[in-house]
Design a protein around this ligand. Structure first.
Ligand SMILES: [Zn+2]
Length: 416
C-alpha cells in the first residue's frame, strides 16, 4: 500500500501551534491531541509536514524529514486556520442603508432582523445557496477553514428547515436558531411561537443540525423560554449555544451554564456572577467585536474574562444587520486594539478558542494529528494580523492538507 503524498512546509519564520505545555502533541488513544491544555505556543525557524490531511510532524526546520513536495515559507508565519464559531450566512438582501443611517446618527425606521426575514423567505433556494457559498469562499480566502452557520431568518418550519439543509451543504457546524426572534405571525402569541420552535420546527430542523441556539435577550426570548428551547433541542440530539448578554445585563450566561452549553456568545454586559459562571463551567465566552463595531456599542471586557480565567473565543457574527464582516483578522485587530487582548490571546481565541466553542479537538491547533488546516501569512509573525489591520495578509490556505486558496510561493523573494 503506498503512502498518500506528503508536503513539507519549511523555512517557517513563526509556526503557531497552540500546542503549549503540558500538551506533548502526541495522539491520545489514536485520536488527535488538541489539547485541552494547548496554550498559545509558537516555534521559530520551524517546519511542518502534512500527510494524509493531518499534521504529521512539526519541529526545527533543520531536522525536518523528507516529503513528496516542499513549500518554502521564506521566513513567513504559519498559523492554524481560523475557526469562526458564530455566523449567520443563510440570508438574502442587505442592509447597508440601515448601517449608514446608524453611523450618521439618523433614525432609520425600516431596519432590523425582520427585513432580512422577509427577503430570505422570498428568495429562491438557488439565490440563498449562491450567497452562502460566496460568503463561505470569502471566509476561506481570508483563512477561515471552519465556520459555524445558523438559521434564524426563516422563522417558519419550511424556511428554517431549508436554511439548515443549505448550511449543511457547506459546513458540519450547523445551528438551529429558530429562536432568533419571535416570528411576526406570532407577535401576539410568543408562547405559541416557542411551542412551534420546540415542536414541529425542531423536528424538521434537527436532522440537518448539530447545535441549537437561542437569542436570550429582552425583546427576544426570556430565561424560561430559552431554557425550554435548549432542553427541547438537547432532547432532539442537539448541543446548546446561546446568544447571551449582548444588549444589556440578563440571564443568558446563566441559562447557558445551566444548559451545559458549549458557548455563551456576545458577553458584552456581564455581572460578577456571570463571570464566575463562565470561569467555573466549561462554557466558552465567545466575543463578537464586529457587532459592537457595527452598532457602535461598547466592546466586551475581554481582560476581565481572561484575568478571571475564562476561556475566550473570537468570532465574526457575520450577518447583514449588525456585523457584516467575514474577517477574523479584523476581529483580532479589534480585540487587540479595543479589548486589550494580547496578540497571542487574540490569535489563540480566533483559532483554538473557536475550536473549543465548537467542541472540536481536531482543529484550532497544529499539534501532530491535528487536521492540516493552516494559513501561510504574508508576514513574519502572527502579530501582523493586528499590527497591519485591514491589509490582506493571507498568502495561502490549506484545508485538511489540501491547498484551497492562494499560492504559497514567496513572490517577492523569487520572481518567476
Ligand atoms: Zn449572532
Amino acid at each position: 500500500m503506498s503512502e498518500p503524498p506528503s508536503t513539507l512546509i519549511t523555512g517557517i519564520g513563526e509556526l503557531v501551534t497552540n500546542d503549549g505545555e503540558p500538551n506533548d502533541g502526541k495522539p491520545i488513544d489514536g485520536k488527535p491531541n488538541d489539547g485541552q491544555q494547548g496554550a498559545f505556543a509558537a516555534l521559530t525557524g520551524a517546519a511542518l509536514v502534512i500527510a494524509d490531511g493531518r499534521v504529521a510532524w512539526t519541529g526545527p526546520a533543520a531536522r525536518a524529514p523528507a516529503a513528496d513536495a516542499v513549500v518554502d515559507a521564506a521566513g513567513r508565519a504559519v498559523l492554524p486556520g481560523f475557526a469562526d464559531s458564530h455566523a449567520h450566512l443563510v440570508f438574502a438582501g442587505e442592509r447597508s442603508a440601515e448601517f449608514a443611517a446608524r453611523m450618521a446618527g439618523r433614525p432609520y425606521r425600516a431596519g432590523g432582523i425582520l427585513v432580512t426575514v422577509e427577503a430570505t423567505r422570498a428568495a429562491s433556494d438557488a439565490a440563498l445557496r449562491a450567497n452562502l457559498r460566496r460568503l463561505g469562499a470569502e471566509m476561506l480566502r481570508q483563512g477561515t477553514t471552519t465556520f459555524e452557520c445558523k438559521s434564524g431568518y426563516g422563522l417558519t418550519v419550511p424556511d428554517e428547515a431549508r436554511a439548515l439543509a443549505l448550511a449543511a451543504e457547506v459546513t458540519p457546524e450547523v445551528t438551529y436558531l429558530g429562536a432568533h426572534v419571535v416570528a411576526p405571525e406570532f407577535a401576539a402569541d410568543p408562547a405559541g411561537y416557542v411551542d412551534l420552535v420546540c415542536g414541529p420546527m425542531l423536528e424538521a430542523c434537527a436532522p440537518s443540525a448539530r447545535w441549537v441556539d437561542v437569542f436570550c435577550e429582552d425583546g427576544a426570548f426570556g430565561a424560561d423560554e430559552a431554557a425550554a428551547i435548549l432542553a427541547a433541542g438537547r432532547a432532539a440530539g442537539l448541543q446548546a449555544r446561546v446568544h447571551a448578554n449582548q444588549l444589556g445585563p440578563g440571564p443568558g450566561v446563566r441559562v447557558a451554564a445551566e444548559a451545559g452549553a458549549a458557548s455563551a456568545d456576545h458577553c458584552t454586559f456581564l455581572t460578577d456572577a456571570d463571570v464566575d459562571a463562565l470561569v467555573s463551567t466549561p462554557v466558552v465566552a465567545t466575543l463578537l467585536p464586529g457587532a459592537e463595531f457595527g452598532t457602535r456599542q461598547p466592546f466586551p471586557d475581554a481582560r476581565r474574562l481572561l484575568d478571571a480565567g475564562a476561556t475566550v473565543a473570537l468570532a465574526t457574527d457575520c450577518n447583514p444587520g449588525s456585523s457584516f464582516t467575514s474577517s477574523m483578522a479584523f476581529c483580532i485587530a479589534l480585540a487587540v486594539r479595543e479589548m486589550r487582548m494580547t496578540t497571542e490571546e487574540a490569535v489563540w481565541a480566533a483559532t483554538a478558542g473557536g475550536a473549543r466553542a465548537l467542541r472540536r479537538t481536531d482543529i484550532g491547533h497544529l499539534g501532530v494529528g491535528a487536521r492540516a488546516d493552516l494559513i501561510l501569512l504574508d508576514a513574519p509573525s502572527h502579530a501582523y494580523l493586528a499590527y497591519r489591520p485591514g491589509v490582506p495578509q493571507v498568502a495561502a490556505v490549506w484545508q485538511a492538507g489540501r491547498l484551497v486558496a492562494g499560492a504559497p510561493a514567496a513572490g517577492r523573494e523569487s520572481p518567476g
